[in-house]
Design a protein around this ligand. Structure first.
Ligand SMILES: CC(C)(COP(=O)(O)OP(=O)(O)OC[C@H]1O[C@@H](n2cnc3c(N)ncnc32)[C@H](O)[C@@H]1OP(=O)(O)O)[C@@H](O)C(=O)NCCC(=O)NCCS
Length: 208
């Protein structure tokens, strides 16, 4: 795949090994479901996500759609079987030159603790290392975000260090750990993964 490929050109999208959930491109209208869960208590507490409004989330979804066309980032909706967005998982700031990308995700709290995001992250990693030709995926996680830290470590990420006051979270400087996973490490992890952790691939687009 070359750096001129857009999401519309994809021969495949990341596929979750689940009948109940799938990854699909974001579309205008998703901002309502996003607002619903990001506004729930505790969801953004351990992140630098700004206090959400319908306007800011509409602009954010629009930026994500524009980014597909420019191939600058690939953030997908995690959708339930009725196609409603229940989370986001994807790569921010993809660098084709350096073959790295930043992983980011969030999920509606009623779906926490079911392994949904772990499957989504593994699907994105499988897709990113193969389709985008990534060599490295990194993630920044607030040092107090224990759920996210556990998820990254279960997916094989290693902590590379702690960045002091790296981001301002709603006015407060916060420390973030830097986690990363290399393609060579993922290949080893994938070989040891159980069947329900491995991702299916298709040759056609999965979205409508
Ligand atoms: C970070 C976040 C996505 C993690 O969600 P999560 O549901 O805890 O993560 P996972 O998908 O890895 O689920 C793992 C849990 O599901 C359980 N689980 C149940 N069935 C499972 C399965 N089939 N496979 C894997 N895990 C399963 C695991 O036991 C685990 O529980 P535990 O953590 O209590 O041991 C979620 O907390 C969130 O959206 N937080 C707010 C936004 C945020 O912090 N984003 C990240 C910024 S860096």
């Amino acid at each position: 795949m070359t750096d001129t490929t857009t999401v519309e050109d994809q021969k495949s999208l990341p596929i979750l090994g689940s009948e109940d959930f799938r990854l699909r491109p974001l579309r205008l209208g998703d901002e309502a479901a996003l607002l619903e869960y990001l506004s729930q208590p505790g969801v953004i507490e351990h992140t630098s996500i700004p206090a959400p409004t319908l306007e800011s989330l509409t602009a954010s979804v629009q930026r994500d759609i524009t980014a597909y066309a420019k191939s600058t980032s690939f953030r997908f909706a995690v959708a339930a079987s009725d196609d409603r967005l229940i989370g986001i998982c994807g790569f921010n700031s993809w660098s084709p030159a350096h073959r790295h990308a930043e992983l980011a995700y969030d999920l509606a709290p009623q779906y926490w603790g079911q392994g949904v995001m772990r499957r989504a992250v593994l699907a994105m990693l499988t897709w990113g290392f193969s389709e985008l030709g990534l060599n490295r995926v990194h993630a920044f996680v607030m040092t107090s975000n224990h759920r996210s830290i556990r998820l990254l470590e279960r997916c094989g990420f290693s902590r590379e260090g702690t960045l002091r006051q790296y981001r301002i979270a709603r006015g407060e400087p916060k420390d973030f750990h830097l986690y990363a996973l290399l393609a060579q490490d993922f290949a080893r992890t994938a070989r040891g993964a159980s069947p329900n952790q491995t991702m299916q691939r298709t040759t056609g687009r999965s979205d409508a």
